[in-house]
Design a protein around this ligand. Structure first.
Ligand SMILES: [Zn+2]
Length: 553
């Protein structure tokens, strides 16, 4: 295969992305993102408008100290005001003072905006473009023009829009980025627009699309096919209104399907990590259906699909999920057939063959539980326990004797206080009673349960609840409805999710809690067994995790 052609990747998450109505990032967050983009091999990182606010200015002050190895930082701003020379324009001075080696200036290229927004004669806008670019060129490594409303301008007055590009090219601009600012253009129009620009100017071209027609990624790809060498966009498509072109998908498509090179070798497999980082810092719930990197992007539910991907993953997957750092997931549901179960069992390290009579028993049990409201799509850990039970391999580590939960609230202004008392029977047959208080009943129950169990199973002390979700199952029956509780737990190394269902939210939570603890103990035991088989392992660790009470208890 011929060597792939390089496409420059230009990220504007920290400028256009921050126009999203629900996104705000601290300077610290912005620096973290910039460092990661650099590490991923992005070519350009737009840092913001140095003149617009304190945070952007501080970002430029501090980004220099990051010592980026690959990416060039770009300072954004608009062309000079019509009434002053470029050398006297305050915003251009701030761009130069930012220390960024590259300036990206947005300029008007549509007659509508020259007439309505700038309110200056058409010829004067050409001077503004020329003067701004030639001035910045004298001081900076590179100057990029963002040709605002380029595609709309082309449709309105082709000659004038192309004259604007020529003015910038004559001034020595390094690249003209063609912008579909309103996001209203379709991919074929964008491709034609790129070709029109090529016929007018000889400088390299870039593409900047917004997603108002839901085709920003497609239009970006068409622009590259037509000859654009730079793609601008944001991580996860953040941006005002419907967002910008999503660089995660743009990069994956260009690299995996069109044989272009965007990132250095080895970096593509970190795309999912990058998408997650930005979601986390921006405090956004990840979109499960996000192409390539979403949690559901390679999730298989239908039994036929699952049996086919077991033979050959290409049957129902457009790419290998590992190429972008994602995972294949096989979901369990009422649709589950034998093949899902066998696949899942193997994932858990359990040896079962298709046709094993225990699978029939497990399927029946699964259908019963699902009818009762349990859902295992998001609760793999509970499912693993159900499976172990059906295969006769489950081991109970403790028994419940009783629990009680109290909630006290003495006046309206006071937060209620919860207390739980738990009595359990340990693996040595002894009963212990422990109480704990908490900021809520589940928190108190969790603390009391673990107080009772840690003496037997010290590994549980590293465990914490990471997330707690309640969902009402039978809507319309008011407070008598059943609820499903999902609990996510972590021990610092792994995360796992368990489920409980009941008309009583405390009971549902208790089931999920017990599964969470049992799962942790089961996993630790499996790990200890594995270690015991390997030379140099600690017999003590194996004994502890194995449920053997420590001496003196
Ligand atoms: Zn934009």
């Amino acid at each position: 295969m011929a060597a792939s052609k390089k496409i420059q990747v230009y990220d504007t998450t920290l400028r256009d992305g921050l126009q999203s109505e629900d996104v705000s990032l601290t300077v610290e967050d912005r620096l973290t993102i910039a460092a990661r983009l650099d590490d991923m091999g992005f070519d350009y990182i737009e840092g913001g408008w140095p003149g617009s606010n304190q945070r952007d200015a501080e970002f430029f002050d501090r980004v220099g100290k990051l010592r980026l190895r690959h990416a060039r930082i770009c300072a954004f701003g608009s062309t000079r005001r019509a009434s002053v020379k470029a050398a006297q324009d305050r915003n251009l001075a701030l761009i130069l003072r930012s220390g960024a080696p590259v300036a990206t200036v947005v300029g008007k290229t549509s007659e509508l905006h020259v007439r309505e927004a700038l309110r200056i004669p058409f010829a004067q806008n050409l001077e503004v473009l020329h003067d701004t670019i030639s001035y910045l060129k004298k001081h900076l490594e590179k100057v990029i023009l963002d040709a605002e409303h380029y595609f709309d301008g082309l449709a309105l007055n082709r000659d004038y829009t192309l004259a604007c590009l020529k003015a910038a090219a004559d001034a020595g601009v390094d690249l003209i980025c063609l912008c579909d600012t309103n996001g209203g253009r379709l991919p074929f129009e964008v491709a034609e627009g790129v070709r029109a620009a090529q016929s007018a100017v000889g400088c390299p071209l870039g593409i900047h699309c917004h997603n108002d027609s839901e085709v920003a990624v497609a239009a970006t790809l068409e622009a590259v096919r037509a000859g654009a060498v730079q793609v601008q966009g944001t991580i996860n498509g953040l941006g005002e209104r419907c967002g910008n072109a999503n660089l995660i998908s743009v990069i994956a498509n260009l690299q995996l399907k069109m044989n272009y090179q965007c990132l250095p070798p080895g970096k593509l497999a970190r795309l999912r990590e990058l998408a997650t980082l930005v979601n986390e810092l921006a405090n956004l719930t990840p979109w499960p259906r996000q192409p390539y990197v979403g949690r559901s992007a390679f999730a298989h539910k239908g039994g036929l699909h699952v049996s086919a991907i077991q033979r050959n993953t290409r049957t129902y997957e457009h790419i290998d999920p590992a190429a972008v750092g994602n995972d294949r997931r096989v979901l369990l549901s009422e649709l589950a057939g034998q093949s899902n179960i066998v696949y899942k069992a193997r994932e858990f390290g359990l040896e079962v063959q298709a046709g094993d009579p225990r699978i029939g028993v497990l399927l029946k049990e699964l259908k019963r539980l699902e009818a009762a409201g349990y859902a295992y799509d998001g609760a793999d850990a509970s499912f693993e326990l159900v499976m172990l039970r059906a295969l006769g391999q489950e081991r109970q580590h403790f028994g419940l004797v009783s629990f009680r939960v109290f909630d006290d609230k003495w006046n309206e202004d006071q937060e209620p206080l919860s207390e739980a008392i738990v009595i359990i029977e340990g693996p040595d047959g002894r009963r212990t009673r422990n109480s704990a208080i908490g900021n809520g009943p589940v928190n108190a129950l969790d603390s009391a349960l673990r107080k009772s169990l840690v003496p037997y199973y010290p590994g549980l002390s590293s465990m914490q609840l990471a997330d707690y979700k309640v969902r009402v199952l039978d809507t319309g029956v008011g407070t008598g409805a059943r609820v499903r509780v999902l609990i996510e737990s972590t021990d610092g190394k792994r995360r796992w999710t368990t489920v409980g269902v009941s008309a009583n939210v405390i009971e549902a939570s208790w089931q999920a809690l017990v599964d969470s603890v049992e799962y942790k103990l089961h996993r630790d035991r499996a790990k200890a067994k594995l270690n015991a088989r390997q030379p140099g392992s600690s017999a003590k660790a194996a004994a502890e995790s194995n449920g053997t009470p420590r001496a003196g208890l």
